[in-house]
Design a protein around this ligand. Sequence first.
Ligand code: C2E
Ligand code: CA
Ligand code: CA
Length: 726
Amino acid sequence: MVSAVHPGSDSAHLVYVSEGLAEIVGSSVSELLGQQPNAVFSQSTPTKQLDAVADLVGQGKQAAVQMALQTSSGTDLPVHATFLAIPSLSDGWPLYLSLFRVLGKPPAPQTSVMADPMVTFDQTEIFDALAHPGSLDDVVIHLAERTESLLDAGRVVMALAYAHQATSARFDLVRTAGFKPDLLADFFQTVRADQRLDEPTAIPVASLPLEAAIEFQNAGIQSLWLTPMLRNDTDVLGAVLVAHPERETPTESEQQLFNAVARLAVVAMDRSRREADLALRALHDPLTGLPNRDLMTDRLDQLIDIAKRNADGKNDDATVLSVVLVDIDRFKAFNDRHGSEAGDLVLAQTAQRLRSVLRIGDTIGRIGPDQFLVVCPGRRDEADAFASAEELRRVVLAPIDLADGSSPELTASVGVVMVQPDDELTPADVMSNAESAVEAAHDAGRDMVSVFDPELRRQLAARHELEAALKDAIADDELFLLYQPIIDVASGAMTGAEALVRWDRPGHGVLPPALFIDIAEDSGLIIDIGEWVIREAFRQIADWPERLAGGSPIVSVNLSARQLSHPSLLPTVTEAMEFYGVDPASIGFEVTESMKVEDLERASASLVELAALGCHLSIDDFGIGYATLDYLRRFHMAHTLKIDRSFVDGLGENREDTAIVSASITLAESLGLTVVAEGVETVEQLEYLHQLGADYAQGYLLSKPVELDDAHLLWHRATLIPGNAF
Ligand code: C2E
Ligand code: CA
Ligand code: CA
């Protein structure tokens, strides 16, 4: 909002009001024109404040205050107001110009001008231009045209230094008024070098270097009147240059006019600079100073366009662009552990490191909390793109020194997309392909580079679809349990069973856990699914003691690493146990041995508690994971070792497998653990296990996983060994 007033005058009135201001005040522009300035100020504005402002502005200074405007609804609207005096362009009478900016909002400046009644107002367009920020150039050109129209003769040149460092000798020639840009550029450079720009000066053309003098004289110019655009009386933001055909110097009122024009230009520049700052900030990430996702999308769009144009008519299948997405692994966890300040440090450092290895022409931006996108134009083959992606991955690895003295090392999953000229991909497509490639790198174990290929995308899409469907599987009652008997090797009788989940996915048939458990793990759905399995298993086995005539098979439920470190596990188990009235001694839990040691450490509290409840604990898949003696020591609360079926598979045929099974049994024995051999498919395998001293067995030879009722039937059989072999 903008306005102006004549100091000390009782009859001061508004001569310009921007539409926005009128709207806020709840009036129309025409109604407000001619009214007293108070018409827009809040009633609560202290007269003292207005007097102080009038005083300052009267001395030719700028006054900036916080005050309130009166709104149509009767409430006050707090604004930031800037007042300054500017002579009217027509007769030099001062106008009070006020710019209002609503506090807490991005500037949609509103304008009003108050003036002495004598003033014939002629600056509407300029104030309009100030109130409706368009381009700064437009405002400045407007000012020049206005000035020219008020002069008897002469041409007005406008030069701005705003786009450059204050020390730069370069000016942007916004209006050349028909002069050659080179001539003007040389002229401004000379006056700037001579430091003749701190106050208005008149320079006779004859005093210029010969070449310039001749050129100006040929253009019919005698004198050049220069008025600097100054901020705080010192910073030169530009200059108004009037080239006059006759007179050596301007009249006093002409000079006043030029001063007014210069001041208005500075106001316009301040405004546009603020807008430019805001615009810039909106497009950059404040933490790293890098372009944000919006700006990167824009750049990517431009680069794709340029690349396409370059590729036209040339080699059709040449890659015109490679795009690399760097995603810091486990950043969220890092942030949680070390605090967001440390997280910010990591991001800022990473941004800097990534930037340091870019090649000329590459563009980098931060497009997600822990994601940096690098666009490399003209990287033509995949090997080259891969090499630079590798370099980007490696710079992330170096340790980062934190305030707490630690120096954690982070890794990154990096995705590469090659953009071909005929791909017809939008920037959003490219980014999402890059994300798919990152996801692939992530799934393959993180800390690596993966190049996008469309097949991968199809797989990922199928995976996302599956994940979405899995979310509803519990609510839609699509999960069910099968039970696979575990037998006593010596007698062949069933002593327990393992509960195994299945998903009857509509349109896809019954899916085995291999097709969805990993995805459930990654997405966190495993918590809900795991809780469902526990409750369902407990519910189903609650009546076993009666149905099985006093027998008490141990029914085992599989637990994933994520479940074990989740706080809901123990409450779920104890509540379900109580609710269904199952005996803890008839319940077992299997924890896979492929679980990482860190995970196991976090989980060991839960394991101790489960054991304390009286539940049976098994180390599942023994032999394939991180099997170390230390690992077994940490797993001291376990009762059983389940030897993975991949070893049982080669039993008696493959020497290594046989040795491993044999050693595992001996080891288990010495640690006081019983042994279950998994995946027993042949009588020979079972016989061999018997010889080696394995206690229990599980496998298709004895029974596939079966429905609950079938498991009951199997329980009543004396032996599950076919032909009752031994
Ligand atoms: P696991 O714990 O090792 O379970 C044994 C798997 O081996 C089962 O596959 C079973 O059907 C299969 N199997 C049993 N005997 C034989 C045999 O003689 N030959 C062959 N080739 N395979 C045999 P399933 O049911 O597909 O389960 C696969 C894995 O999924 C399980 O491996 C377990 O890690 C996981 N899983 C199953 N149910 C659950 C569950 O409720 N929760 C969690 N977290 N994981 C589960
Ligand atoms: Ca198992
Ligand atoms: Ca197993």
